[in-house]
Ligand binder design. Sequence first.
Ligand code: CP
Length: 316
Amino acid sequence: MKHFTSVKDVQDIDALVAQALLYKQQPALHSNLGTAKRIGLLFMNPSMRTRISTQVAARNLGMDTIVFNLDKEGWQLELDDDIVMNGTSVEHIRDAAPVLGSYFDILCVRTFPQLLDRDADYSEVLLSKLIAYSGIPIVSLESATLHPLQSLADVITISEHWQEKRKPRVVLTWAPHIKPLPHCVANSFSEWINGWGHAEFVITHPKGYELDEKYTQDASITYDQEAALQEADFVYVKNWSSYHNYGKVLSDGDGWMLTQNRLSVTNNAKIMHCLPVRRNLELSAEVLDGANSIVTQQAANRVWAAQAVLSQILNH
Ligand code: CP
């Protein structure tokens, strides 16, 4: 694996999941693989799970880590190639990226969509320019459109909980939120579940919250949450803002919060959320605290997902 920005960078998802589960059993299995190698983690917005799990994973492989809050501590970056830099931006990505490439062996970055201009967000300019100009492997810690390390941890978590021969019914359900949130977790989960190929995949959301078909084309999509939840084995709860009416919150989502009562039609489904979660808005506290919630295990698996990815890049 050269870079890791989407499921398309993965040759064999099953093998990557198996490697992650091996690291879960033996975290120090390859503790010298990254000796004398340095990994940089650049953040353009807050993070707890991604920031810490990637550092733990790098440490397990023997790597040194430097975390840099680029949004708060760095010079304001310019991404536009055809510009006279007489405004607020101080440093061009064409100059910064090769410098970062000289400091690190692997560079990880978390970007965030502005949710104002869909074409701008979906073009993933920062990520693609880091790949073009840094000269080293780039790992997405969540981009404007995708969150591949999260999705790999999600697939690992489902794998751990599923021993039956038939495919599990996995339902991604939209949840209410007060703020417009990105599409990246939902896009990425859809892309990974479809690429993995070992699940019956259903997406449910209110009208107006259709995602980019590029990611969801192989899923069954319904506006009827109760029908979607029938016989579900896993229910992944997540809010996202409108894709077609870009970045807008279209309604208060009344009636869409997942409660214990709503889950009664499922096959005793396990409940997933990438976290952070707003209790009693996106998901009821009784569900989050209930026996079927696997959100903590899902977050814990972020370490093994990151370790498997970094290991494959180091071995490239
Ligand atoms: N799920 C996730 O990416 O969490 P953080 O934003 O805390 O990293």
